[in-house]
Design a protein around this ligand. Structure first.
Ligand SMILES: [Zn+2]
Length: 416
């Protein structure tokens, strides 16, 4: 089993991986921030810092003028929380990219790692080197905020759409009006504007849209008539304060409209499910809430993010019974390696392999893509080797699945 696990790892390392969900900073932004330091680049451990200290990373280091002082501030946080995956993600990254030989950061090694980070990230070719040479990414399916641009040599675009659910707000409406140079005087015009914006991005190569509304409201949505939604929208236009449930029902109408746009334009509909931030209302993120939307649009391909964790088992059944649902493991390995192993092992019993997307970095710094990729390959090799060992999965099928999850499925869905 150990030898086969190694074979699976080598197979994955030999591929050009498709990163099926990315927020990576753009090359120009990176050059402005470089060189980085141990305390200046981070990932989801920032949320753990918030959960431990009640404040952000900049607040943790406020008033510090030296890295020695910053290390002294970080140490008590690590003493409480270095067990979480969000921290171990940093360790894997430091080990692979910055020569950390130990299994954690300590008083004895942090300064040398900090110096190495500074030195390597000062190289103007470092960003390209990490993403292309070390991670060997074919492309990153990047979340593009409204009106922003991307570099096609690194990214494939997915247009982020939460603002579409806020068009009853004057500031959001005006930003769209200004961008398109058209006015929005009612709901029908708002929907025309949204379709025009999506079409603009589609013409430039975007392959889908994304909603991450589960951070703020329930994923549940249902069909709401244009008459009802228009009446609510008009009240918003007249400056009246909208209340729940009218706001949710207006948003539901827009969400169904967006699925229709995806159907017309052949776009993928990416939706955040599961895992939220601190104080998130966890049940809102249950992917089963999406059933009415998914059933109403059988021709739209939905890519559901983050394994739906902790509703991964439910999401496995959702995908088993919904041929238009792709399971996207973006973010999952840095959330929980063990949870991902268990979920993936069950999914492989349930869902045709071509609908499982094995990797989405979901981080800001290219270095953290590397750490996440190492964690992903390790978990996928664990699961596939075990399935071959005891669950009657052929070794040939297991090797195929490794290639499909890390590359082929992403290429097929996102046409990357
Ligand atoms: Zn994301």
């Amino acid at each position: 089993m150990k030898a086969f696990r190694e074979e699976l790892l080598q197979e994955m390392q030999s591929l050009r991986t498709v990163d099926c969900h990315s927020h990576t900073v753009r090359p120009g932004e990176y050059q402005e921030a470089a060189p980085l330091s141990l305390f200046g680049y981070s990932s989801y451990f920032d949320r753990t810092i918030d959960s431990v200290t009640g404040g952000s990373r900049p607040q943790l280091y406020a008033g510090c003028t030296t890295d020695e002082q910053r290390w002294e501030r970080l140490k008590p946080v690590l003493a409480k929380a270095r067990n979480v995956s969000y921290w171990r993600h940093h360790i894997v990254t430091h080990q692979g990219l910055f020569d950390l030989a130990d299994d954690d950061l300590t008083d004895a090694n942090w300064a040398a790692i900090n110096a190495t980070i500074h030195e390597r990230t000062a190289d103007p070719d470092w960003y390209r080197h990490v993403t292309e040479d070390i991670c060997a990414l074919q492309t990153q399916v990047r979340n593009i905020p409204w009106f922003e641009d991307w570099e096609p040599e690194y990214f494939t675009a997915i247009l982020r759409m939460e603002s579409a659910l806020e068009l009853q707000r004057q500031d959001v409406r005006e930003s769209l009006e200004a961008h398109l140079d058209r006015s929005i005087g009612n709901l029908a015009e708002a929907k025309e504007a949204l379709a025009e914006l999506v079409a603009q991005y589609e013409a430039r190569g975007a392959l889908g849209i994304k909603l991450a509304h589960a951070y703020r409201r329930t994923l549940h949505s249902e069909r709401v008539s244009a008459v009802e939604a228009s009446a609510t929208f008009d009240r918003g236009l007249r400056g009246l304060t909208l209340k729940q449930p009218a706001i949710k029902r207006l948003q539901d109408h827009i969400i169904f409209f967006l699925a229709g746009v995806c159907e017309e334009m052949g776009l993928v509909f990416d939706i955040h499910t599961g895992v939220q931030g601190n104080w998130g209302n966890v049940p809102d993120s249950n992917p089963l809430h999406l059933l009415p939307l998914i059933h109403a649009h059988p021709k739209v391909r939905f890519s559901l993010y983050h394994g739906g964790y902790p509703y991964s088992r439910e999401m496995g059944m959702l995908a088993k019974h919904s041929p238009n649902v792709w399971l996207n493991l973006a973010w999952m390995f840095v959330v929980t390696m063990e949870g991902t192993r268990q979920s993936l092992s069950e999914w492989l019993d349930l869902v045709p392999g071509y609908r499982i997307l094995g990797f989405g970095s979901d981080v800001g710094w290219p270095e953290m893509i590397y750490g996440h990729l190492v964690m992903a390959r390790s978990c996928i090799a664990d699961v596939l080797a075990e399935k071959a060992e005891r669950d009657f999965l052929s070794r040939d099928a297991a090797l195929d699945l490794a290639r499909m999850m890390m590359r082929d499925n992403g290429m097929a869905l996102y046409g990357a």
